[in-house]
Design a protein around this ligand. Structure first.
Ligand code: HPA
Length: 292
């Protein structure tokens, strides 16, 4: 398990880096706790909206390099920064860029951002990722609301002594993704005419992509989408009691009987296109989260 003091130090550094005029929104007696967002591969347009600022709430970008103990993402498509701002009057702290197990990082490093955002006061987490579609009815370029997950990474961020102030030794995982937030996302997508599928995400360590035999097996296990992130961060978030909404951007389609390579350039290009739909969806969902 992560060292709680490391997280506390990072939270302190984050607060110290916050411009004075944003203190009132994020700390001193703020009436809405910030919503935490993790932005996955190529899914950055939401950060641009936060940085554009809103009346009374300018945006700010705080690089991970300014935050004590915050691990820096190792691949080019992931920038490392917290971006803070407001959407529809709701304060948001977004983690732009994340660490992955496939970079050789450990679960504590992978989950540091989520634990820091929780320490900063977030009670809800929206987590996004790029994923391959396993459900043959899903199309590349669409979004999927995660209904449940399979942790097939072989590790857990909760292994080791439990930190009781964060959560229980054996946290419940019977309802990982919040039903009210899923419903809100599905209704909002309908209103905005954005196609939003619903399904199970399987998280692997990677970095190698899946073979046809593995793809067939994951589909038979009940997974609708496959990726290399999210599951550990969500376990850490649920341990901390955060309510979680997960959205995958389906960047490619994996059918075991006609597998084709899915190079990173293609994944990034599709994520960049779908990222605009994702930003529109999340802006509307977050605005409505005041009540949810
Ligand atoms: N497999 C694993 N991770 C991914 C994929 C995939 O097909 N697409 C995007 N991330």
């Amino acid at each position: 398990m992560q060292n709680p003091q490391e997280v506390q130090l990072a939270v302190r550094a984050l607060r110290a880096a916050l411009p004075k005029n944003m203190n009132k929104i994020f700390t001193d007696g703020a009436d809405t706790p910030p919503v935490a967002v993790v932005l996955g591969t190529g899914l950055s347009p939401l950060a641009d909206s936060l940085l554009a600022g809103q009346e009374g709430c300018p945006g700010v970008r705080i690089p991970f390099s300014n935050i004590t103990g915050m691990p820096l993402p190792g691949i080019d498509s992931h920038q490392g920064a917290f971006v803070l701002g407001c959407l529809g009057g709701v304060p948001v702290i977004a983690q732009q860029g994340r660490c992955h197990l496939y970079e050789g990082r450990n679960p504590a490093e992978v989950c540091m951002g989520v634990r820091v955002m929780a320490g900063f006061g977030a009670e809800r987490l929206i987590i996004t990722n790029a994923a391959g579609a396993l459900n043959p009815q899903f199309t590349a370029g669409t979004l999927m609301c995660i209904s449940d997950q399979i942790n097939h990474t072989g590790c857990s961020p909760l292994a080791g002594p439990n930190h009781a102030a964060w959560g229980e030794r054996f946290p419940d995982m019977s309802r990982i993704y919040d039903a009210t937030l899923q419903e809100l996302a599905l209704q909002t997508a309908g209103r905005l005419d954005i196609r939003l599928e619903r399904g199970v995400y399987i998280g692997l360590r990677g970095p190698e992509m899946e073979s046809p035999a593995e793809t067939r097996m994951y589909r038979q296990w009940g997974a609708d989408a496959v990726g290399m992130s999210t599951v550990l961060e969500v376990i850490a978030a649920r341990h901390l009691g955060l309510r979680v909404l997960g959205i995958s951007c389906l960047t490619n389609k994996n059918l075991p009987d006609c597998m084709t390579p899915a190079p990173l350039e293609e994944i990034l290009a599709v994520a960049a296109r779908a990222g605009h739909d994702l930003a529109r969806l999340l802006e509307a969902v977050i605005t409505d989260m005041k009540a949810a």
